[in-house]
Design a protein around this ligand. Structure first.
Ligand code: IMP
Length: 197
């Protein structure tokens, strides 16, 4: 199957490729007329609502291009910090752009409770139906930025299942094996390949 990933984030496409290509699928980044699509991102409290809205917009852009051999994926994620009441959550992109990782570290200065989690919602559209899959990665905000890999908040996020490294200090395959996106994509794969009776 050809999986078209609707995102402007190349890092997400690479992570999805690591998961799907070994299973014989291909993953392509969706481009609208050669350009990255420009979505209206609803300022909503739920990443699920954002994901569904983006899927509707993407479906209008691709129109007749999807057939039974092609599927569309839209994914939205957010970082939810416990001591900040779940902030930045659905505002994660905006906060990353405005105050960056250094800004988050400053806000967290002196805070003992560093628990946080990433949440991902994947919408998968195939044969006229959209299915939703969720994933969570529990962890903590590190005291400083570490690592060069990944993207976004990876240099300040240490998953609970990690040996102490941030996501940015892991390989893409290591990160996917424990990440929110990896978990949501694993659920999608289980849906695509139900266990044989
Ligand atoms: P979006 O899902 O692309 O809208 O991402 C929301 C925000 O969360 C952006 O600031 C991303 O950089 C960040 N983000 C999403 N997924 C990850 C991840 O796997 N690691 C680190 N940051 C992420």
């Amino acid at each position: 199957m050809k999986i078209i990933f609707v995102t402007s984030n190349r890092g997400k496409v690479l992570e999805a490729s690591d998961v799907f290509v070994p299973l014989g699928h291909t993953v392509e980044q969706f481009l609208d007329g050669g350009q990255l699509p420009d979505f209206i991102e609803p300022q909503s409290d739920g990443i699920e609502e954002v994901t569904i809205s983006k899927m509707k917009q993407a479906l209008m852009m691709v129109e007749g291009e999807i057939n039974e051999e092609t599927a569309l994926i839209v994914e939205d994620a957010g970082l939810f910090i416990e001591s900040l009441g779940g902030f930045p959550g659905p505002y994660s992109s905006y906060v990353e752009e405005k105050i960056g990782l250094d800004g988050i570290l400053r806000v967290m200065e002196g805070e003992g409770d560093r628990r946080a989690e990433f949440r991902a919602v994947v919408a998968f559209h195939h044969l006229g139906n959209t299915h939703i899959f969720r994933g969570v990665c529990k962890g903590a905000i590190s005291l400083d930025k570490r690592g060069e890999g990944g993207f976004g908040y990876d240099p300040i996020f240490v998953p609970s299942a990690s040996d102490g490294r941030t996501c940015a200090e892991m390989t893409a395959v290591e990160k996917s094996s424990i990440s929110h996106r990896g978990e949501a994509l694993k659920r999608l794969i289980q849906f695509l390949t139900p266990p044989s009776m």
